[in-house]
Write a protein that binds this ligand. Structure first.
Ligand code: CUA
Length: 391
């Protein structure tokens, strides 16, 4: 231990006591700057105070007035606390004590009734909005969200406009001006999404700050959520419930597009792969036999629900690894070769093929799964080139 440390600490403490004004000013400035994301501030893409859809607007319209009510109450309480502390402080040489009182019926009644009235007033719009948001939307697009460790599966069941089930990952396409009704789960037998391992035994939370509030994604349980995007654009989402090593990397994107563009996206997702696995040359052998990628990833049919993300139309996405890396050749090669070096994953002592014991992609460069050869960069490139053709 450094012997000068306690001394230093006490000097710092003395400084703070001698000059409390400076410390208070610095603290206040920090808090003030932490809130610097006003209307005119930079667009960070994850600002719940800049709603971009009907549901988010309703929530914002409730939060803002209640925030100001809370600020007024907090300010009055703070002023009263500081005033009383100064007014009735102990003074040197004076033995006077303020007049001691116990119990005041008017005060007792008023500070019971006043908060009750304020809470009742706040409750009226709050409860009415809770019921409003819980109402089933009319003519929605249905999407099932499945939280995995650590990525998102978006599953569009067969419905009007979607002739055949679509399963995609991490990039959710929606049409503008239409309610999207979500079923959310982390593990659900009725959906056939139960993975008999740890990868679906944790709670996630689905959150697109600009479009709606959060909703927990719970194993073996279905939650619902509805939102709508008014304008085309890409909205950022994030897992908002701690779910293990790569919780912070568990991102996703909502791509809102015109109904026509959405229909084009649907049509493309329902096509077969741009390159059939059988025509993929050496990549077929690597993908199926040598490294067993096909045990976890489907590339032949976008309605296939498998252990890892469905890759039938991987190249139609802009990102991969739960929205963490831009999809390009260099990133994809690095990922295939040694994914755990790019994002923390529990893939040591990985056993493949499924039921896999690892959570996340194994490394094919080191600590390879038992019985599996070490991959070369050339092989990783061959696999990447095959996958990048799957538009
Ligand atoms: Cu999933 Cu945090």
């Amino acid at each position: 231990m450094n012997p000068t440390q306690p001394k230093r600490r006490s000097r710092l403490a003395a400084k703070i006591i001698r000059r409390p004004g400076r410390s208070i000013a610095l603290g206040a400035l920090t808090v003030f700057l932490a809130g610097c994301s006003l209307e005119s501030g930079p667009e960070n893409g994850q600002n719940a105070l800049r709603p971009k859809g009907e549901v988010a607007e309703k929530i914002d319209n409730l939060v803002t007035p209640i925030f100001w009510v809370a600020i007024i109450i907090a300010t009055l309480v703070l002023i009263a606390t500081v005033y009383i502390a100064i007014r009735y402080r102990h003074r040197k040489g004076s033995e006077d004590r303020p007049k001691q009182i116990h119990g005041s019926t008017p005060f007792e009644i008023s500070w019971t009734i006043l908060p009750a009235v304020i809470l009742a007033v706040v409750a009226i719009p709050t409860i009415s909005l809770i019921f409003d948001l819980a109402e089933a939307p009319k003519d929605p697009i249905n999407v099932t969200v499945v939280g995995k460790q650590w990525w998102w599966q978006f599953d569009y069941p067969q419905q009007e406009g979607i002739k055949q089930k679509i399963i995609t990952a991490n990039e959710l396409h929606i049409p503008t001006g239409r309610d999207i009704a979500f079923d959310l789960t982390s593990c659900d037998k009725s959906l056939g999404t139960v993975d008999e391992n740890a990868a679906c035994s944790v709670i996630h939370s689905f959150w697109v700050p600009e479009l709606s509030g959060k909703r927990d994604v719970v194993p073996g349980h279905r939650n619902t959520l509805t939102f709508r995007a008014d304008n085309p654009g890409t909205y950022l989402g994030q897992c908002a419930e701690y779910c293990g090593l790569s919780h912070a990397n568990m991102r996703f994107r909502v791509v809102a597009e015109s109904p026509d563009d959405f229909a084009k996206w649907v049509a493309n997702q329902q096509k077969g792969p741009a390159v059939a696995l059988a025509d993929a040359g050496d990549a077929e052998n690597l993908f199926v036999k040598k490294y067993g990628c096909s045990g976890c990833h489907g590339t032949m049919d976008s309605s296939q629900s498998v252990y890892g993300p469905n890759l039938t139309h991987l190249a139609s996405r802009t990102t991969f690894a739960s929205g963490y890396y831009p999809l390009n050749r260099a990133n994809l090669i690095d990922w295939i070769y040694d994914a755990p070096s790019l994002i923390p994953m529990e893939s040591k002592e990985c056993r493949l093929p499924p039921p896999a014991t690892c959570v996340g992609m194994p490394s094919f460069a080191k600590d390879t799964p038992p019985g599996m050869p070490t991959m070369t960069r050339t092989e990783a490139a061959q696999l990447a080139d095959y996958l990048l053709q799957l538009k």
